[in-house]
Design a binder for this molecule. Structure first.
Ligand SMILES: Nc1ncnc2c1ncn2[C@@H]1O[C@H](COP(=O)(O)OP(=O)(O)O)[C@@H](O)[C@H]1O
Ligand SMILES: O=P(O)(O)OC[C@H](O)CO
Length: 497
């Protein structure tokens, strides 16, 4: 068996490939950014060919960097930006349109229609999701309604749908395999997370023909082999999961109550709820974490739309820093935010508020306020929003977090991580392998081909890099959180459209 697993991490702004060895250590990394397409306000697209070519280039590049050939690769695993939707012709492989990205609001009118028709309670009950353009299903409906002739072709079975995992699998296997995994299927609005199948009633509500849908297979499973011409010899494609679920797996969150938060552009907080789907009363999402060894593991998920993105705004909008990492130094020029509270609701507020008319708000400014206070308040906002999610989650799932494992670009910020621990009142544990998303995909693939035996073995190779322990007393924590909640109130119900 080959000594490495090749993980593809197909993200929103870049494609990454990482080779991992049996100890779960990265051996070589390659990354390519690709263009973001904004045809209209609120609409975000990717050219599927850009996704494919950037991903293939990175895969070939890591093999070259490591001096490895296909013979050295035991398996290939895929983690992907979720919900992003592609439809392509079954015979020619040509996409019918650009991919509609998870951030796109283009199917908002379809969501409003579904709500008016009273479909939301059924959709929520069966899928664990909310009716929102974020999820894949209404993106398919939108394409079927707007691309001329597409519905007829789709009903005739000559068009295929996939989220990015399916699309990459199809390309990697030379068109031999049209499948997805349970975690990605659970983000479509079409998949019943209780009966674990595509659901006719949901298909009817969203007006999506069954013929376009991929087969749903376990997250750790030999789906097929790469076409020989891609890497010289076939490599088994043996693992697939949505990127946030893959990161949860890569963080060894295998037990009920284990939670991780990924601090990237946004924050994605997931808690493992075991073999039972937990219904959220705070509009969190119930999602499938993975399907492994014949069992489904469920998670509750909450997301913060603007996390590292607020640091990008300080850099590109206000220009008070030159690089994202500089924010820590700027924030450390002051000992606290000086009473400034910053709610970066640039695109509204998601769970648990779900107020799309909320907007960014900075309150508490005085003549003494400096850029340092603003930087500190921006970092604190990421931690406060994450606390809101954690509180909602603990209430929904009736559990209390023992610690929170963290990863993602902004988790490198020690000041943020310490404040997160202070404001959450639990230890924050930063993983030694920062690329937990890719690691999770590699592990799912490696398990399927016997590179690793079971999750116990994976648990043993997971390592913490640093733990941040709470140093704030609980009165102060609640006082600060109270001020935060007041500021959130000020940000809500603002935009007039
Ligand atoms: N030291 C830092 N402190 C705070 N934010 C940071 C730091 N380094 C990077 N970031 C933020 O993290 C994000 C990039 O992280 P990454 O995990 O690559 O995100 P994504 O996968 O969403 O592209 C950017 O929004 C950037 O502003
Ligand atoms: O590509 P990322 O890392 O921003 O993740 C995107 C999420 O999967 C969207 O649900």
């Amino acid at each position: 068996m080959g000594k490495y697993v090749l993980a593809l991490d197909q993200g929103t702004t870049s494609s990454r490939a990482i080779l991992f060895d049996k100890q779960g250590q990265p051996v070589a990394v390659s990354q390519r950014e690709f263009p973001q397409i904004y045809p209209r306000p609120g609409s975000v697209e990717h050219d599927p060919e850009d996704i494919w070519s950037s991903q293939l280039e990175t895969a070939r590049d890591v093999l070259e960097k490591a001096g490895a050939s296909a013979d050295d690769i035991a398996a290939l695993g895929i983690a992907n930006q979720r919900e992003t939707t592609v439809l392509w012709d079954k015979t020619t492989g040509i996409p019918v349109a650009n991919a509609i990205v998870w951030q796109s609001r283009v199917s908002d009118p379809i969501c409003r229609r579904l709500k008016q028709e009273g479909c939301e309670p059924t959709i929520r009950e069966k899928t664990g999701l909310v009716v929102d353009p974020y999820l894949a299903g209404t993106k398919i409906t939108h394409l079927l309604e707007t691309v001329p002739g597409l519905r007829r072709r789709a009903e005739a079975g000559s068009v295929l749908f996939g989220t990015i995992d399916s699309y990459l699998l199809w390309r990697l296997t030379g068109g031999a395999c049209h499948a997805t995994d349970y975690s990605n299927a659970s983000r479509t609005l079409l998949f019943n997370i209780h009966s674990l199948g595509w659901d006719d009633e949901l298909l009817q509500m969203l007006d999506v023909p069954r013929a376009v849908l991929p087969e749903v297979l376990p997250s750790s499973h030999v789906y097929g082999s790469t076409a020989p011409e891609l890497f010289g010899k076939p490599i088994p494609v043996a693992g697939m999961a949505g990127d946030q679920q893959a990161a949860t797996f890569g963080q060894a969150c295998f037990d009920c109550g284990d939670a991780k938060n990924t601090y990237g552009t946004g924050c994605f907080l997931l808690v493992n709820t075991g073999e039972r789907p937990v219904t959220s009363h705070a509009n969190l999402l119930t999602t499938i974490g993975w399907h492994l060894d014949g069992k489904v593991t469920y998670c509750l998920e909450g997301s913060v739309f603007i996390a590292g993105a607020v640091v990008q705004w300080l850099r590109d909008g206000l220009k008070v820093i030159e690089s994202s990492s500089e924010v820590e130094r700027l924030a450390a020029t002051v000992s606290d935010s000086g009473g400034v509270c910053f709610v970066p609701a640039f695109v509204g507020l998601g769970a648990p508020h779900w107020d799309s008319s909320a907007r960014g708000t900075i309150v508490g400014i005085t003549r003494d306020t400096t850029a340092g206070h603003l930087a500190r308040a921006a970092l604190e906002a990421i931690a406060f929003r994450s606390r809101e999610l954690a509180l909602a989650m603990q209430k929904d799932a009736d559990l209390s977090l023992e610690n929170l494992k963290v990863d993602g670009g902004a988790s490198a910020n020690d000041l943020l991580m310490q404040f997160q621990s202070d404001i959450l009142g639990v230890p924050i544990v930063r993983a030694s392998v920062a690329e937990t998303t890719a690691l999770g995909a590699a592990q799912l693939a490696g398990l399927a081909v016997g590179m690793w035996g079971d999750t116990e073995e994976l648990r043993r190779i997971w390592k913490a890099e640093r733990t941040f322990n709470p140093a704030m007393d609980s009165d102060e924590r609640e006082r600060r959180f109270g001020i935060w909640k007041k500021a959130v109130g000020r940000s809500m119900d603002w935009a007039e459209d």
